[in-house]
Ligand binder design. Structure first.
Ligand code: DO4
Ligand code: MG
Length: 277
């Protein structure tokens, strides 16, 4: 049975089958030791009301010392949108090439301190005029390179900066409050199925501003392939998170505004809800 691990202001909370209990383990050691993961998988929470309340009222992003990395152009819809946005900068061919190449696009997304969790706000850059959230299945990868869990990622992106010149990608992608993760780390005990649905809903002043949906089978690359490339020439003693790319891209007429409420749901993993600062 799946186990869900939350970081809260009162401590780590594990939930299984609707019961919640405090877990005395160490977050980072989950990413560096299979034994700790086995211990967590056999943890039976005693229905503890304050643990459940902590998950509701004082949730923190599900991250310790892990770096956050991201993959790009892993869905056809992302390839098309990037080609369009970078056409005038002459960058469109690069996106088609990386979609078809053996080597995936991988980029550094965030330090842990810059990550925002469920119920927290994410940011758009002041020097950007076109901004979107990117709803992405996010892999929890141990120090040995194996995928042992999942969470929901929001790869907040400036399309105006990225479209101006593909070399501006780090500025379009990496800034304070640009990475959303949460609500928790999910240990499913098996690889996430290809039929898994990812949904994005954006509300503005209470009304729907955008709705979109995709499923993991639309992703061109396998999660294991992305993780293996990331670990080729880099070691991660405390493991890492890897966002797997977006398959939902709002049209060219849509840009986020301050106050928008972004909700990303992935089957089995729950919903990550964040407001734009
Ligand atoms: O190449 C630009 C970034 C692509 C990306 O973040 C995505 O496809 O999700
Ligand atoms: Mg992305």
């Amino acid at each position: 049975m799946s186990i869900f691990l939350y970081r809260t202001e009162s401590g780590l909370v594990a939930s299984r089958g609707g019961s919640f209990g405090f877990w005395e383990g160490d977050w980072d050691s989950l990413f560096s030791g299979a034994d700790v993961r086995n211990e967590l998988e056999s943890f039976i929470p005693d229905q503890n009301e304050s643990a459940q309340i902590a998950c509701r009222d004082s949730l923190l992003p599900p991250i310790g010392s892990q770096e956050v990395w991201a993959s790009g152009v892993t869905y056809y819809s992302s390839r098309l949108a990037r080609m369009e946005e970078s056409k005038s900068a002459g960058g469109s061919d690069f996106y088609a090439a990386v979609y078809n190449a053996d080597r995936p696009e991988l980029f550094f997304k965030s330090t842990p301190e810059r990550v925002r969790g469920h119920g927290q706000s994410v940011r758009i850059r002041e020097d950007s005029s076109w901004d979107v959230p990117e709803p992405e299945l996010t892999l929890a990868i141990g120090s040995d390179g194996s995928i042992f869990g999942y969470t929901i990622g929001n790869d907040m992106s400036s399309r105006s900066i990225e479209g101006e010149n593909p070399l501006y990608l780090p500025q379009a992608k990496t800034y304070t409050g640009s990475a959303g993760l949460g609500p928790c780390l999910c240990l499913l005990g098996m690889p996430i199925p290809a039929e898994t649905k990812i949904r994005l809903s954006i509300k503005r002043s209470g009304a729907s501003a955008f709705e979109g949906e995709t499923q993991l089978s639309e992703m061109k690359r396998k999660p294991e392939e992305l993780a293996a490339y990331l670990y080729r020439e880099m070691n991660f003693p405390n493991g890492c998170y890897l966002m797997t790319g977006t398959g939902i891209v709002p049209g060219t007429d849509f840009s986020l505004q301050s106050g928008d409420c972004i909700s990303i749901s992935i089957d089995q993993l729950g919903s990550l809800v964040q407001t734009v600062e």
